[in-house]
Ligand binder design. Structure first.
Ligand code: GLN
Length: 493
């Protein structure tokens, strides 16, 4: 049996029945990584020894009749933005190269308690700033559907690893679209949970009022299993919601009959590729055929989302990244004075996109400009939240494309920050509103590249989000195996 082809739910059954061992499953994942990595380059670090030791411990407990976690033995790719005790954590940046955190992030603790086996830490845009993985300080990651194209970002490494069948599960983070956009570009399910549903303790901060951790998987059920394992209250994160994760599996197969689905009028504008529009329209038509009541809705201020985001996120980033001063973490470049040491360290340690944002954010927060920029952006944020509230008065979920385009070529947008920023035009509003949203693969365009449908729900509306996605997944039966010209399958054949 090809164990790397199995999803997490299947592996759970196989392992529970004793048909396969955790060590066999982990070894299959590591072997697959060995074959795919030269082409995809999804991982900054593969953790073979640690993964096999964890798997052996699961097998021992299983044999002894001791308890094992709900994801026992399932391989998982972890974004390098989450702290792992004693294991290098770089956030895709030179400034944190060789940094070994003294503790595990809350999500890492929960993955361990669930007995998911972390097989490696994945590549990403530096400090999660980017939409292509090209802003990694180390190397770009490639899209398994076309190796000359980007996987999207910033969680491009975790997504590419799952798309390459290295592991059935991945963890990403989403501040403006960094789980959903790469999931769309690689034909996977990616979820940004409600802000506060998953603990940010031990998550390296980019923009603290927007950052959320979330699951990446090839199926909706797997994504639900993973979110159930990582979510829930954590007193160490003051923004953590003090209640358990909503039950995601109970209503998973309840269908969409009678649900009201709002198609966001503003999310169909210029810059959307015809192939994306065609697949998204077809998916929405299927929701109607399955019994949903499809209506058009308006989010009148959503068009200001990107502008507001590119003030709020850089402002928070300029504050969060001030801690990298050459004294406490990672890189240090000496200088004659403390100031010179700090300036040299930051000049050498940060890449150009990070520097651009630190400068924009510092400017936007400075005395005299704060009201005009940061405070104004926060007011726009409130208007967008109200737009969503009004839309949910007569809709259960909203839908739109996840990304206006399919995967673009490496280098295509690297020199044009604005073009890169527009990748997240449809995903950013949900981050600003703190609400959950999911990307579901709904087919491929004429070039054979995946297209994602975004499903959005009100705060803590995860159950209905997964329910809609599951109904559409069962209807469309998208095959997540990357095929076609220049795909991973072609080069491995
Ligand atoms: N692409 C967006 C940015 O560069 C979003 C990134 C993210 O969600 N981490 O900020």
């Amino acid at each position: 049996m090809d164990l790397s082809a199995c999803d997490a739910a299947t592996l759970r059954t196989l392992l529970g029945n004793g048909d396969v061992s955790a060590v066999e499953v982990t070894q299959a994942s590591l072997d697959r990584i060995g074959a795919t990595e030269p082409h995809v380059k999804a991982f900054l670090r593969v953790l073979d020894e640690q993964a096999l030791a964890h798997a052996a411990d699961i097998d021992r407990r299983h044999a002894a009749g001791e308890p094992v976690g709900p994801l026992a033995g399932v391989p998982l790719a972890l974004k390098d933005i989450l702290c792992t005790a004693g294991v290098e954590t770089t956030c895709g940046s030179r400034i944190l190269e060789h940094y070994r955190p003294p503790y595990d992030a809350a999500v890492v603790e929960r993955l361990r308690a669930a007995d998911a086996v972390v097989v490696g830490k994945t590549n990403m845009d530096e400090f999660a700033m980017g939409s292509s993985c090209e802003n990694s300080a180390f190397f770009p990651t490639r899209n398994p559907w076309d190796l000359d194209r980007v996987p999207g970002g910033s969680s491009g490494g975790s997504v590419a690893a799952v798309a390459a069948f290295d592991a059935p599960l991945g963890i990403g983070t989403d501040t403006g679209g960094s789980i959903r956009q790469p999931a769309a570009l690689c034909g996977l399910v990616g979820v940004k949970p409600t802000y506060g549903l998953v603990s940010r303790y031990g998550l390296i901060a980019f923009a603290s009022s927007l950052d959320q951790v979330g699951p990446i998987a090839r199926t909706v059920t797997d994504a639900a299993l993973l979110l159930a394992a990582i979510g829930g209250h954590d007193p160490r994160d003051s923004t953590s919601i003090p209640q358990p994760v909503p039950d995601l599996t109970a209503a998973l197969d309840a269908g969409v009959d009678g649900l009201r689905v709002g198609v966001v009028r503003e999310f169909t504008g210029d810059g959307m590729e015809p192939g994306v529009r065609a697949r998204v329209d077809a998916a929405i038509a299927r929701l109607g055929a399955l019994g949903a009541d499809v209506v058009e809705v308006s989010l009148p201020h959503a068009g200001y989302g990107v502008s507001a985001y590119y003030l709020i996120a850089p402002s928070e980033c300029s504050s969060n990244l001030s801690r990298y001063d050459g004294v406490r973490y990672g890189l240090r470049v000496d200088g004659a004075t403390t100031e010179e040491m700090m300036a040299r360290t930051r000049a050498a340690g940060f890449g150009s996109e990070v520097k651009r944002r630190v400068m924009i954010g510092t400017y936007a927060l400075s005395a005299g400009y704060y009201d005009a920029y940061y405070a104004q952006a926060q007011r726009v944020r409130t208007l967008i939240i109200r737009d969503f509230e009004a839309a949910y008065e007569h809709c259960d979920v909203l839908v739109s494309p996840t990304s206006p385009t399919t995967a673009f070529r490496l280098g295509e947008r690297a020199a044009d920050p604005l073009a890169m920023y527009l990748s997240d035009i449809y995903t950013i509003p949900s981050n600003l509103a703190g609400a959950p949203a999911l990307s579901l693969p709904v087919g491929t365009d004429d070039a054979g590249l995946p297209v994602g449908l975004q499903v959005m729900a009100p705060v803590l509306g995860e159950a209905v989000l997964f329910r809609v996605a599951r109904a559409l997944e069962a209807d469309l039966r998208f095959d997540a195996t990357p095929t076609g010209r220049n795909s991973l399958a072609e080069v491995l054949a």
